[in-house]
Design a protein around this ligand. Structure first.
Ligand code: ADP
Length: 262
């Protein structure tokens, strides 16, 4: 990890037009993630997290502000970052292998070469023997594994993960968090992650950006100084609990006070 700034969001806002009225979805937002770090955005539903991700992914223009990666603007440049959503978006008519190599296929990589890269990854990361299966034959956790491997094979240094484990049961979710940390260690990507879940945010992240309710803005940035590699047992340590109380206070207690004052 070089400590160089990998991705920078400066003064980004987003205003939508709905039924002729302007709706401010995101107030002025600035954040930066250093190369190789795991940063998480946490905040209430509707605070603009997905809007911000769509802007970073180049799928949506910001109303104001700038997004840059590796020192150059990526506003409107779809494909510069890897992007994975809560819904796995696997194509039901393609096998798991053919789903995983989709990004390579789109980029014109010959099939034999793509398969040669994909199969060892499937083997190492829990999808051995599932290459010829179809998405409907896999559990939710397995489908998310396939979707993340597809995002990884797209070969981008920066990966955006928008609530990838939001629909999974608690136990599968824990297993997937450990799996993701292993992948992150192995591939050394810069990750920007969205979640509603306080434990998940602390367990995975180096930095947590706490968003206010809509229109969203960053309330504060928290540095998670827990040692790595992390283990599930760490979730009950004193340091973890301290961070959890702090986040609960920001997300629940202070929010209720703000709502009362509004
Ligand atoms: P989050 O991901 O934090 O739940 P979103 O980014 O999806 O929030 O949405 C933020 C706000 O912007 C919401 O109030 C939502 O209704 C609104 N919004 C999102 N996309 C559009 C759109 N295309 N047109 C109008 N309003 C939108």
């Amino acid at each position: 990890m070089s400590g160089a700034c990998k991705i920078e969001v400066s003064g980004v806002t987003k205003c939508f037009k709905r039924n002729g009225k302007k709706v401010l979805a995101l107030r002025e937002t600035s954040l930066s993630v250093e190369e190789g770090r795991f940063a998480t955005i946490i905040g209430p539903s509707g605070c603009g997290k997905s809007t911000l991700f769509n802007i970073i992914a180049g799928l949506l223009p910001p109303s104001t502000g700038e997004v840059s990666a590796d020192g150059q603007s990526i506003v409107g440049k779809a494909g510069y970052v890897g992007y994975m959503l809560q819904k796995d978006m696997l194509l039901p008519w393609r096998t798991i292998l053919d789903n995983i190599i989709l990004g390579l296929e789109v980029r014109g990589v010959p099939r034999a070469q793509s398969v040669e890269r994909a199969l060892p990854l499937m083997e190492k990361y829990g999808l051995k023997g599932f290459d010829k299966h179809y998405p409907s034959e896999l559990s939710g956790g397995m489908r998310q594994r396939a979707a993340l491997l597809r995002t990884l094979l797209y070969d981008r240094d920066i990966i955006l993960l928008d609530e990838p484990f939001g629909a999974l049961d608690a136990q599968t979710r824990l297993a997937m968090q450990n799996w993701l940390l292993q992948i992150w260690r192995d591939f050394k990507k810069t990750v920007l992650f969205v979640t509603h879940d306080i434990d998940e945010a602390i367990y995975l992240s180096d930095d947590i950006y706490v968003f206010s309710s809509r229109p969203g803005r960053i309330k504060c940035k928290i540095n998670v100084n827990l040692e790595r590699p992390r283990k599930t047992e760490d979730m009950t340590s004193g340091k973890f609990m301290e961070l959890k109380h702090h986040l609960l206070d920001l997300l629940v207690v202070k929010r209720a006070e703000e709502a009362e004052q509004a």
